[in-house]
Design a protein around this ligand. Sequence first.
Ligand SMILES: CC(C)(COP(=O)(O)OP(=O)(O)OC[C@H]1O[C@@H](n2cnc3c(N)ncnc32)[C@H](O)[C@@H]1OP(=O)(O)O)[C@@H](O)C(=O)NCCC(=O)NCCS
Length: 156
Amino acid sequence: MKIRKAQEKDIPQLLSLLTEIARYHYERRPDVFLGSGIKYTAELLKEMIVSADSPIFVAVNEKDEVLGYAMVQIKIRTDHPVLAPYRILYLDDLCVDEKARKLGIGSQLMAFLKTFAVSERCSRIELNVWEFPDSALHFYEENGFQTQRRELEFWL
Ligand SMILES: CC(C)(COP(=O)(O)OP(=O)(O)OC[C@H]1O[C@@H](n2cnc3c(N)ncnc32)[C@H](O)[C@@H]1OP(=O)(O)O)[C@@H](O)C(=O)NCCC(=O)NCCS
């Protein structure tokens, strides 16, 4: 397994994993997520692949097939009336193919992102995660993440 920047040839596999993720969220929160559609189109993925600020990294096997991906954004805040300036790495999306889970690939992607974030002079990595019973929260905690804040809801 190795981790590299995504290339155009990876787009079909990225779209397939994005579809998997969209279904995963829809099955758990159909009130929030639409059953149709995915987060990024092929066109948007093409742009992200060449972008310096929102790169996509993929974990690939020996046949160079995508086993998982991490989509990140470098976020910079300089001028806010209340919030301190920051430069962070935002983990926008992470997925490992269902058939390749629990083999350490997600953790290896995370270790890669930590090194990348340091090399980009980011002070921390941020992300948000749903509170599903089988959510990735435990995975993130295993990888050293702590809860920063909570988003609450009251059902009517
Ligand atoms: C979350 C995800 C990326 C983890 O990838 P992975 O390659 O399976 O993770 P690893 O094999 O490196 O697992 C590391 C640890 O996290 C645990 N873990 C992984 N996924 C978990 C999950 N969904 N629930 C609970 N624990 C999980 C593993 O058991 C392991 O713990 P252990 O060392 O104590 O056994 C993968 O399960 C996935 O793609 N899930 C669906 C998409 C998703 O939820 N993405 C995150 C959106 S916020």
